[in-house]
Design a protein around this ligand. Structure first.
Ligand code: ADP
Length: 397
């Protein structure tokens, strides 16, 4: 790992958002830009990088007690958990310690040689497996630099999301996870953001785009850009052809170029984001609104008596200021505008009609629905810790 100049993790809050395909295309793009690149696929339950590079029949080899990566080209090498499977239909059915051990071996025992970049396709979510990856990377390097909390070559994480609300909720947890582990967030990519018709060129927001950008602003992390849903991209993935290489003239390849350029531009990297955060304290503050009835969350947002407006520090997770506000009389569209004027960034609600949710989104306010009827302080603390349990939206109007 000490022979590697930059390590970038690719994370996502959930599976199926395009994390692996983006990791592969980022690795190929870097190699096309004359960098020496390694791609480490430790997505234990869905290792798909060999398929994405048409290397599915390869097996791992070793030399001098080290694992040798499979060579895709002169400048791109790959290690994947999939190379350990006898058959691609087999699943890895391993208990926690075995998974941890294989992740450890892949992080400590691979002979990569000199690399400019190591891209790590991590397991999705914020559970034990991504935790093992981050902690092992931090430990491995820190043995040599015990006085440092963060290895110099660990640039940080790129977080992939799709525009749907559920994906965005999970990606917030992912960002909180990085912060808890002191891992810089290089930025967020919103994948599957709109569909451009190949015939007429018109863009349709099948999954309502824009949520990733708002979420990134609220969580105070860089937004790297959007990638549309593209049939050719899906087809290239299925055929094991890196899209960024084979379809360089396509508009989606240009979108990838813009996103990837930002990842490697140091002034936009997560390391700077961290410095920015520590220099400008006020950027850590998030304003959250909670509709209340008798001091607890009102399950029907439109019928609440008061709003708790809470300013919380997203780093220390502490409540810095709390006030109660009387809402204007309830009429459609009034509350989103009023809360937007109060600079609210997030509303935590029980039930809320779809129209109201849309109006909040239009006013750049993120909506969390299905929260329990707890006190505002508890809800904010759980939310900041990424532990807010949201259930059904009980509002039917
Ligand atoms: P993850 O690693 O998050 O589980 P994958 O990268 O395996 O997700 O992608 C899941 C599927 O979605 C793949 O079949 C991939 O080809 C497809 N896909 C991902 N992004 C796009 C996109 N922008 N347009 C079309 N298909 C996509």
């Amino acid at each position: 790992m000490t022979q590697i100049k930059h390590i970038i993790l690719v994370l996502s809050g959930k599976g199926g958002v395009g994390k692996s395909s983006i990791a592969v295309n980022l690795a190929v793009w870097l190699s096309m830009n004359e960098k020496k690149v390694g791609l480490l696929d430790v997505d234990i339950h869905g290792p798909s990088t060999p398929n994405l590079l048409n290397l599915q029949n390869q097996k791992l080899t070793g030399k001098d007690n080290k694992i040798l990566p499979v060579e895709y080209s002169d400048s791109l090498k790959l290690i994947s958990v999939a190379f350990m499977l006898q058959n691609e239909d087999n699943a890895l059915i391993w208990r926690g310690p075995m998974k941890h051990n294989v992740i450890k071996q892949f992080i400590t025992d691979v002979e990569w040689g000199l690399l400019d970049f190591l891209i790590i396709d991590c397991p999705p979510g914020t559970g034990d497996e991504p935790l093992s990856v981050v902690q092992l990377l931090q430990e491995t390097k820190n043995q040599k630099q015990p006085d440092k909390s963060q290895p110099d070559n660990l640039d940080g994480a790129v977080v992939v999301t799709t525009p749907q609300k559920l994906s965005l909720i999970d990606v917030r947890k992912c960002i909180t996870f990085c912060r808890q582990l002191n891992l810089p967030v290089i930025g967020v990519i919103e994948n599957m953001s709109g569909f451009v018709c190949p015939n007429c060129g018109e863009k349709t927001d099948i999954l309502k785009s824009g949520g990733g950008k708002n979420m990134a602003a609220q969580m105070n992390v860089p937004f790297l850009g959007t990638i549309p849903i593209d049939q050719k991209f899906a087809q290239a993935c299925d055929e094991g052809k890196p899209f960024i290489y084979h379809y360089q003239q396509e508009p989606t390849a240009k979108a990838f170029n813009q996103v990837f350029n930002q990842i490697i531009e140091p002034e936009k990297s997560g390391k700077n984001e961290q410095k920015l955060n520590s220099n400008t304290k006020e950027t850590n503050t998030m304003r959250i609104a909670i509709p209340l009835t008798e001091g607890k969350l009102s399950l029907h947002f439109g019928h609440c008596q008061q709003f708790a407006i809470i300013d919380a520090d997203t780093e220390s997770k502490e409540i810095k200021n709390q006030q109660l506000e009387q809402p204007p009389s309830h009429q459609p569209g009034v509350l989103p505008k009023w809360l937007s004027e109060l600079n609210v960034q997030v509303i935590i609600a029980g039930g809320m009609g779809q129209r109201a949710q849309d109006l909040f989104t239009e006013n750049n306010i993120d909506v969390i629905i299905g929260a329990p009827d707890s006190t505002p302080e508890n809800l904010v603390k759980e939310y900041l810790a990424g532990q807010l349990k949201t259930g059904q939206n009980i509002c039917d109007h």
